[in-house]
Design a binder for this molecule. Structure first.
Ligand code: NAD
Length: 361
């Protein structure tokens, strides 16, 4: 029977990499009926919203989606559609494997890390108060009265909620992931020395959850700034990392850097009954429509999706085809060539064709 999967092409380079991933997934022989729905800047122009209800309804109905990146304007304009989708569907766990592939130029070899990022709260909760607004002034006044601390009158404020509930479920998810995938260690990353009531709660909860896995999976703690340094100096010392939302976002880009760039870093947003698969990278607007960027991150997100659908044979076939095309280094995009202006670099869709050919060989 065919799987029904929601496909959200996204904007910027989204439609190009989504199309490449869709074609590669279909080449494995798996039957998928795609329910194609759109979100982002493009739909705003026609519908007046960046996230039509039809998108959320489609994912709720199909329970699985493959999503291209969507633009979020910096500092002004609409809020992130990507964050809104994760919140609306309670996709609380963001899973981002960072694995070295032979043939990718990178300072490091044999990296094999998994970042588990909490997706539902922290500074991404979207609770913000704009500088100069009456509400902000009265909040500053109330905080002054309650804490005895003076916040400058011309401040903007972003709220960082961290709950015991969300910490417990993300750390449990990380340990269950480690057990299922035969991983040896979970490292909880925090800044509890400074933020005692938010990151402190995350760390205390992580320690409690870790006790339940004693003897099965090792537990370790690291302060986020020190973690950043250690990942650059000795990344092989780490295995599964679990982090609150903001640190998870930053550290997963750092880990993408360790394996050779955003072009090959896949991801998944997982909830209790639903999952949305998307690359770590964004919509790279300057490359929009150029058939230039690397489709691998999106295709590997498709591999994660096939595993979630329990289509292990198709997932392995696709992953092996990707590995083989990258290792040969011929029909790959500019970012995988030693010289980024190498004229033999192929386009997004030609790299997908090469992967499809490998699947069929
Ligand atoms: P980005 O990831 O879009 O691009 C940064 C740079 O990384 C690009 O200029 C390019 O050099 C490289 N890159 C990214 N994807 C690549 C690929 N597939 N192949 C080769 N090189 C690639 O980050 P940005 O420029 O900070 O963000 C652009 C927009 O994307 C913003 O609006 C941002 O909010 C949004 N964004 C969306 C998501 C998402 O949809 N989940 C994630 C991150 C950023």
């Amino acid at each position: 029977m065919a799987h029904r999967v929601t496909l959200i092409p996204g904007d910027g380079i989204g439609p190009e990499v989504s199309d490449a991933a869709r074609r590669c997934i279909e080449a494995t022989g798996i039957k998928i009926e795609w329910d194609i729905v759109n979100a982002g800047q493009g739909v705003w122009e026609t519908t007046g919203t960046v996230l039509p209800d039809t998108v959320i309804e489609s994912v709720k109905k199909n329970t699985v989606a493959l999503k291209g990146p969507i633009i979020t304007p910096i500092g002004e304009g609409f809020r992130s559609v990507n964050v809104a989708i994760r919140h609306a569907l309670d996709l609380y766990a963001c899973v981002r494997p960072a694995r070295s592939y032979e043939g990718v130029k990178s300072l490091y070899k044999n990296i094999d890390l998994v970042i588990i990022r909490e997706n539902s709260e922290d500074l991404y909760a979207g609770i913000e108060f704009e500088e100069g607004k009456d509400q902000t002034k009265s909040l500053i006044e109330s905080i002054g009265k309650m804490s005895g601390k003076k916040i400058r009158d011309d401040s903007g404020i972003s709220i960082k909620p961290i709950s015991r509930f969300a910490c417990e479920r993300i750390v449990r998810f990380a340990f269950e992931y480690a057990l299922y995938h035969n991983r040896k260690k979970v490292t909880a990353v925090h800044k509890a020395n400074i933020m005692k009531f938010t990151d402190g709660l995350f760390l205390r909860t992580a320690r409690e959850v870790a006790l339940r896995y004693e003897g099965k999976v090792k537990f370790e703690e690291a302060i986020v700034d020190n973690m950043a340094m250690q990942l650059v100096q000795k990344p092989h010392n780490f295995d599964v990392l679990v982090l609150p939302n903001l640190y998870g976002d930053i550290i997963s880009d750092l880990c993408a850097g360790l394996i050779g760039g955003l072009g090959i870093a896949p991801g998944a947003n997982i909830g209790e009954t639903m999952a949305v698969f998307e690359a770590v990278h964004g919509s790279a607007p300057k490359y929009k429509g150029l058939n230039k960027v690397n489709p691998t991150a999106m295709i590997l997100s498709g591999v994660l999706m096939l595993r979630y659908l329990k289509e292990e044979a198709a997932a392995s076939k696709l992953e092996e085809a990707v590995k083989s095309v990258i290792a040969e280094g011929k029909e790959v995009t500019y970012d995988l060539k030693s010289n980024p202006i190498d004229p033999t670099a192929v386009g997004t869709s030609q790299m997908a064709d090469a992967i499809i050919k490998k699947i069929r060989d």
